[in-house]
Design a protein around this ligand. Structure first.
Ligand SMILES: O=C(O)[C@H]1O[C@H](OP(=O)(O)OP(=O)(O)OC[C@H]2O[C@@H](n3ccc(=O)[nH]c3=O)[C@H](O)[C@@H]2O)[C@H](O)[C@@H](O)[C@H]1O
Length: 431
């Protein structure tokens, strides 16, 4: 005789029948019905929770505008992996502007020596974004993850500091270019002022606070005529809005150091050049035009005086950046409050040997084996300064900074990279 159990739960699927009139079955049916209801309610709740969580990460991931560019479990995993250090006492560094010229080189150098690096970049179109994307894939080949996002996205920054404990921030994201400030002044305010403040707010609130090293500029010396430029020289006569925003950055970072105990190092870069450089800069655009047989415009100062720059090779700048990170000392704030004094430093990173722009052109002509078509034009009043020249004794003493590449050697490396990147063979484009 089949047991009750067998009747109710036959081993053969599909033969399950319930005699609703059986008293035992009526009782069972009530129980079963309530279990089923509970089961469906549970399913419903699980589905509801899951969709809430994924909605949260969707909102997290983007911004108020719901564009999904960051966030989610996979994204966080990539962040943590990229930030992992591979040497004892390695640094964990957030590099802003990582797909930029200096950002790419600094990120690679940090990774190479075993530090953890996470990049941040908004991939804006100030110059050819495909170059930025190529730099990004170079970084990715070396295990560096670059987050696509803007400095002004406070929620993104908060999230980055939530997921990773950064020991340092290398802040290189900026609106660069001296002359473009007359075309698009607000982009300088957006990146160099508002973006800087948003970043410093995130740094100040992070626990622990990171030490911050950031890119100021030789342009802060403006109309200063005392040479070479020393950090203690006056910087209250900017000649361009770009310079003014960098100078403002120095004042803003000072207040965050003073109030919140953030360790701050500002680096005044002097006309940095090299492979993977910026197409808007003179050495780069001159190379492009010379190879394409197009004329170049060479600015000249008052009384036909040649303009000169303390052109500094990228590898030297990278050494200065790493030296700054290594010697920055800790921030002292906690929970957004200062608990003691922290370092506030400013260094010139230049080459200490200015070269005139016509000399730059003749070095390029030699390396490219093509004569330039030069238009000599009087320097328009667009923010340029006649010359720059760095005194680097502070950086030498404090950071062990010692530039070793002269313009001739550095441009040779740049030209070799340029020809290979843009597909030239013996000075001719490869079809
Ligand atoms: O040290 C800095 O802090 C800055 O360096 C760089 O500015 P600059 O030193 O002005 O470099 P760059 O544009 O290459 O012009 C070089 C020379 O060529 C002259 N120049 C320029 C263009 C042109 O068509 N003709 C010309 O003669 C021009 O008159 C100048 O004499 C960065 O761009 C800037 O972002 C910032 O980082």
């Amino acid at each position: 005789m089949p047991s009750l159990q067998d009747e109710l739960f036959p081993s053969t699927p599909g033969k399950f029948k319930i005699d609703r009139n059986h008293p035992m079955n009526r009782h069972f049916h009530r129980c079963f019905a309530s279990t089923t209801t509970m089961f469906f309610w549970a399913l419903f709740l699980i589905a509801l929770t899951a969709s809430y969580l994924s909605f949260q990460s969707f909102v997290d991931s983007g911004s108020r505008y719901f564009s999904v560019s960051w966030g989610g479990i996979q994204w966080e995993k990539q962040l943590r992996h990229s930030a992992q250090t591979h040497r004892p006492n390695g640094l964990s560094v957030l590099v802003t502007g990582a797909a930029g010229f200096v950002g790419t080189h600094v990120s690679l150098a940090l990774k190479k020596r075993g530090d953890g690096v996470v990049g941040l970049d908004n991939f804006n179109s100030y110059y050819d974004p495909s170059l930025k994307k190529a730099r990004k894939s170079l970084l990715s080949d070396h295990g560096i993850f670059v987050v696509h996002g803007d400095l002004n996205d406070a929620r993104l920054l908060e999230k980055l500091f939530d997921v990773v404990v950064f020991s340092h921030v290398m802040h290189l994201a900026a609106q660069a270019g001296v002359r473009y400030a007359m075309e698009n002044p607000n982009s300088y305010v957006h990146s160099n002022i508002a973006g800087l403040v948003t970043l410093l707010e995130a740094c100040k609130s992070a626990n622990p606070q990171p030490a911050v090293v950031w890119a100021s500029s030789s342009s802060v010396y403006g109309l200063n005529e005392k040479v070479p430029f020393s950090e203690s020289d006056r910087t209250d006569q900017p000649a361009s809005l770009y310079a003014a925003t960098k100078k403002a950055g120095e004042e803003i970072t000072h207040t965050y150091n003073h109030i919140y105990g953030l360790s701050i190092t500002g680096l005044r870069f002097f006309t940095v050049y090299g492979p993977w450089g910026r197409p808007d800069m003179a050495y780069f655009s001159f190379t492009r035009n010379i190879l394409q047989g197009k004329p170049i415009t060479v600015f000249r100062g008052k009384n036909r005086v040649d303009l000169a720059r303390d052109f500094t090779y990228i590898d030297d700048i990278v050494k200065g950046c790493l030296g700054s990170l290594d010697t920055s000392g800790k921030s002292t704030g906690s929970g957004g409050k200062k608990t003691g004094p922290a370092a506030y430093r400013i260094f010139n990173l230049g080459n200490t040997s200015p070269v005139t722009v016509p000399t730059l052109v003749s070095i390029l002509e030699r390396h490219l084996k093509v004569k330039a078509k030069k238009n000599m034009v009087e320097m328009p009043g667009n923010g340029d300064v006649p010359f720059t020249h760095a005194n680097i004794s502070s950086a030498r003493k404090e950071l062990g900074y010692k530039p070793t590449t002269d313009l001739q050697t550095g441009l040779k490396k740049f030209v070799r990279w340029y020809l290979s990147y843009y597909g030239y063979n013996h000075g001719k484009p490869v079809n």
